[in-house]
Design a protein around this ligand. Structure first.
Ligand code: HEC
Length: 106
């Protein structure tokens, strides 16, 4: 299989971005985190691998956010002991699940 010379790839990218600039609205601004204690820690810790939009659309309770942060630590997120609670508290406060009444168990 033949590889495309880099100059062609570069030319293709230039064309693509020129078309993009002409026909489309500017890309949406990146999601802004809700301000408050922990915002900076979350910004610094949780936007390294993916945009904040990955988690700002979620609505979870504190225990579930703790699980998410644990999972991210397993994926390689650098969360100090000091920041762990700050981050989980921030997420649970700003992206909280609606506390819907639990259905009665029969
Ligand atoms: C080391 C890289 C890394 C860091 C740092 C990181 N994440 Fe992730 N995160 C990932 C990867 C990779 C995925 C995609 C997992 C997948 O597709 O299954 C992901 C996915 C997610 C998801 C979506 C999970 C789902 O099932 O929908 C959430 C929510 C999330 N991250 C939150 C966070 C939060 C909160 C932090 C900060 C504590 C964080 N991430 C930091 C790597 C990271």
């Amino acid at each position: 299989m033949t590889r495309m010379p880099p100059i062609l790839i570069a030319a293709g990218l230039l064309c693509a971005s020129a078309i993009h600039a002409r026909n489309e609205a500017p890309p949406p601004a990146p999601v802004k985190l809700a301000p408050g204690a922990g915002a900076e820690a979350v910004q610094a810790t949780c936007t390294v691998c993916h945009p904040a939009a990955m988690f700002t659309a979620k609505r979870l309770n504190r225990r579930q956010w703790g699980d998410v942060v644990d999972q991210m630590i397993n994926k390689g997120a650098q969360v100090s002991d000091e920041n762990y609670d700050v981050i989980v508290d921030y997420l649970a406060r700003n992206y909280a699940a609606d506390e819907a009444p639990q259905p009665a168990r029969g």
